[in-house]
Design a protein. Structure first.
Length: 310
């Protein structure tokens, strides 16, 4: 198999729901990443931060309420915090795994800002779930306090915030330079820290950018061969959860767009992954996206499982 430049988007199942779970989860996650690196592939890694940024936001809000001398932490700052500690766990665990295998490669986390459009209509309609799952009663209390909530793909209720589309990865040149030098880069965590341009100043936005759209933009800008989106299922399905459910091995762009138009994929779950895959495939000839489980990533790259779009 010819080595490829891969932008790898890790889903929440690769990181766990809290600090102890994350420390265990990354040990498993880095084995999959190391397997791909042993095949000669070059890697830039992105990751989600849904539970983590929600946890940080809740902790900082609680602190502010208990001690008014501590101001409320903006959501953009909470995203930066999540990038730091998730990157710390990932790069340490991956460095250790590579050293155990005799692979001498540097691993670095780049604190990454992503520019968004202040006129993006997403700011008027929050849809991005963050934080821990809640019961319906807890969700009603959250709503009463003025925070939008939504039911998340049959898994429970969560707080929601705006999810504008990424326009530009601010630290792109730094990421590219490290990748071109053979380093393994962890970047754009949680979709990136959303910022709004104000002259030469970048102002944090109260939003969360979908990691799959940011991973797609990053893959385009880096000239990646493959965008790999790792999630909780081995393949993409149509009629998901119904008696006529069908797993898909390959989708061309027209077929994927047809299924999107039919509403086959859940918003906030599989839909952004397929939309990102379509955008990447359309960006240049020969580009493909693989969607599969973390544990099946290497098999997917070998064409043995997963869903290929492109």
């Amino acid at each position: 198999m010819k080595p490829k430049r891969i932008v790898l988007a890790l889903g929440g199942n690769a990181l766990g729901e809290n600090l102890p779970e994350q420390m265990k989860a990354v040990k498993r996650t880095v084995k999959t990443i190391a397997d791909l690196l042993e095949e000669g592939h070059q890697m830039v890694i992105t990751h989600g931060n849904g539970p983590q940024v929600g946890m940080i936001n809740m902790a900082m809000t609680t602190l502010s309420r208990e001690d008014p001398s501590h101001p409320m932490a903006p959501l953009s700052v909470c995203t930066a915090m999540s990038q730091g500690y998730i990157g710390y766990d990932l790069q340490n665990a991956l460095r250790e795994e590579l050293m155990d295998r005799g692979i001498d490669k540097g691993v670095a986390t780049v604190l990454t800002q992503v520019e968004v459009d202040p006129a993006d209509p997403a700011f008027q309609q929050p849809t991005k779930p963050i934080g821990a799952f809640m019961t319906q009663a807890e969700a009603e209390e959250m709503r009463r306090r003025g925070n939008p909530v939504m039911e998340d793909a049959g898994r429970g209720w969560r707080r929601v915030v705006a999810s504008p589309r990424p326009r530009q990865v601010v630290e792109l040149d730094t990421i590219r330079t490290l990748a071109d030098a053979g380093q393994i880069v962890i970047a754009c965590g949680g979709g990136g820290i959303p910022v709004l341009p104000d002259g030469n100043h970048l102002r944090g936005a109260g939003a969360v950018v979908d990691k799959d759209f940011t991973a797609e933009l990053l893959a385009e800008e880096l000239g990646a061969d493959c965008l790999m989106i790792l999630t909780a299922v081995e393949k993409v399905a149509v009629h998901f959860g119904k008696p006529n459910q069908r797993w898909l091995t390959h989708m061309t762009v027209p077929v994927a767009e047809k299924y999107i138009a039919e509403g086959q994929f859940a918003p906030g779950s599989m839909l952004p992954k397929v939309e990102a895959a379509v955008a990447f495939a359309k960006s240049s000839s020969g580009r493909q996206t693989l969607i599969t489980q973390l544990e099946k990533a290497l098999d997917g790259m070998r064409g043995q499982t997963g869903t290929i779009i492109g």
